[in-house]
Design a binder for this molecule. Structure first.
Ligand code: G4P
Length: 526
């Protein structure tokens, strides 16, 4: 039987992120194909949230319901156990994605070669940067006309604010795309468009091998050698420690749809990507190899069926061995709990899990006991640092429209916030409740769920806000002075922390200038 250390070492828990349409779903599917987790392409596709359905959020929620099965995709690849954490495709659910990024040890970013770095990618990269998450970049759709690879590298570097280092290199792109030279392995893969199969590999000794000329023609071979020389001149040698320290992002080129360049990516990924890393609690750092089990709830998925108000709490195992039916302590309530029907996510099927290891995710059926950020342990009173909330982008006052149901509304809001659907702020000036989200859809989701699950009716009222930011200061007087001056714009979040509601970028900048002793934070983790 493998030891705990061996189990940890072989685990790779990561997320694939991209701007919608860059090819995240296709790449995920191809990785599953390599892992033997699925046998035909197209299997993941059906669970995808279609971007076109923006106005039809019920449909989106329905698809999200289906997507519980693909929330975590675990499979074995060689000696490795891979856990891919799925992130919602729809950008209105970005908050879900942010939280998922806190539960992974590394990230693969997919970029469309024609479009380069897009808005959503930039935002998600910020979250990775904040947490020093190692990233690998896959430049996709090389079978289509796109931009010059050197130009793309420059853009990646400047837009994503990270050093890049190509580990594979395309031979032409678009119609003339012939293949990818694998810099990491010093091998050459020739391109044969095929959605189901893996392409042909040409064995070569080194870059001067004449088999390259035979395979792609002399002029392309010459261009390749020239490009590689330039790369070696411009980019320092790849150092895996720079990658692990999130200072450098290795870059691969390929076409996910044609299963091209994907195996190179995967093979390099399993070798260099980190196994589960230590996690901070308020009290101390928890190392994965510690004997005692500990885990954190990073996501709660509600059942959309109002008759079954059950959820699935997603627990990431941070240390030790999770065992079925063992008694674990839910730190926030102090209760001991046993989980007889926790599920593992293997090959898209949910199975009851007997044991699981750091890096694995288990799904626990829940009827409202869990809150995002909750800690489970064998008894030790530690608290994983709460998952950060990110400053929302849209705000509305929430008003009760049925005075007889104010208790229900209160409870509904509490529980939906526990699930992490949106954030609640209470304005200290007028006592009104403000809901902050990252997308318009959530307001509709909240209103619908309050009515159907809690029998409470609400209405939205506009509020013109640019940003909510958490404030703090080492100087208590300065903090008081700020709060006094801005008293109309002060609120508290659910934990009672001070939040400044800036109604414009200008106001925020002025506040930052005028109050140098105040620190303004755009996530709740500081
Ligand atoms: P996403 O999850 O990041 O939103 O992207 P997804 O994988 O769904 O890919 C978006 C579109 O790009 C899909 O086309 C997909 O087939 C296509 N695509 C992905 N990888 C490649 C590639 O390497 N080359 C080319 N040419 N296209 C690629 P679609 O028309 O939106 O969907 P479908 O009708 O093909 O399913």
């Amino acid at each position: 039987m493998a030891t705990l250390n061996e189990e940890i070492e072989r685990r790779r828990t990561f997320a694939i992120i991209s701007h919608p349409d860059a090819g995240k779903t296709t790449l995920t599917e191809k990785l599953l194909l390599f892992g033997g987790a699925i046998h035909i392409a197209g299997a993941v596709k059906s669970n995808k949230i279609k971007k076109t359905a923006t106005s039809d959020w019920m449909e989106i929620e329905k698809q999200r319901g289906i997507s519980v099965a693909t929330s975590v995709m675990g499979f074995n690849y060689g000696d490795y156990k891979i856990n891919i954490l799925d992130t919602p495709g729809h950008q209105d659910f970005a908050e879900d994605t942010y939280r998922t990024l806190t539960a992974v040890d590394s990230v693969i970013i997919v970029v469309d070669v024609a479009k380069g770095v897009e808005q959503q990618t930039r935002k998600l990269m910020e979250v990775c940067r904040m947490r020093n998450t190692p990233v690998i970049i896959f430049v996709n759709k090389l079978d289509r006309e796109g931009r010059d690879p050197f130009e793309i590298l420059d853009e990646l570097e400047s837009e994503l604010k990270i050093k890049v280092r190509p580990l594979s290199w395309p031979i032409n792109i678009g119609a003339k795309f012939k293949g990818v030279y694998n810099i990491y392995e010093h091998s050459l893969d020739l391109f044969t468009p095929d959605k189901q199969k893996v392409s042909e590999r040409v064995e070569i000794d080194d870059i001067n091998d004449s088999r390259i000329d035979q395979a792609v023609g002399e002029s392309d071979a010459a261009k390749l050698r020239e490009d590689l020389e330039l790369i070696e001149g411009v980019y320092p040698d790849f150092d895996v420690n720079d990658y692990l320290a999130a200072k450098t992002a290795p870059v691969f080129f390929g076409s996910a749809l044609n299963t091209f360049g994907v195996k190179e990516l995967l093979d390099c990924f399993v070798k260099i990507a980190p196994s589960p890393r230590p996690v901070m609690t308020v009290e101390r750092e928890v190392r994965p190899e510690e004997e005692a089990f500990s885990g954190i709830v990073f996501k709660i998925h509600a059942n959309m069926d109002p008759n079954h108000r059950s959820c699935i709490a997603f627990v990431k195992i941070c240390s030790g061995r999770f065992e079925r039916n063992a008694a674990y302590k839910h730190i926030r309530s102090g209760k001991l709990m046993k989980f007889s029907s926790a599920t593992a996510f293997m090959a898209q099927k949910k199975n009851i899990v007997d044991e699981a290891f750091p890096g694995d995710i288990v799904g626990i059926p829940d009827t409202g006991n869990f809150k995002i950020g909750d800690t489970l342990t064998e008894g030790e009173n530690i608290h994983f640092k709460g998952l950060p909330s990110f400053s929302p982008e849209m705000f509305k006052y929430i008003e009760n429209t049925d005075p007889m149901k104010s208790k229900q509304l209160e409870k509904g809001i509490q529980q939906l916030m526990d699930e992490g659907v949106a954030q609640l702020f209470v304005n200290q000036f007028n006592g009104r409740k403000i809901i902050g989200t990252v997308g318009q859809l959530q307001f509709e989701v909240i209103q619908y769920r309050l009515l159907h699950e809690y029998g409470a009716q609400c209405r939205w009222e506009p509020i013109s806000l640019y940003k909510a930011c958490w404030i703090e200061s080492d100087d208590a007087d300065a903090l008081e002075a700020f709060k006094k001056r801005k008293h109309q714009f002060m609120a508290v979040d659910r934990e009672g922390r001070d939040v400044f509601l800036a109604d414009s970028n200008y106001v925020l900048q002025m506040a930052q200038n005028d109050f140098p002793k105040i620190r303004f934070h755009f996530t709740s983790e500081f």
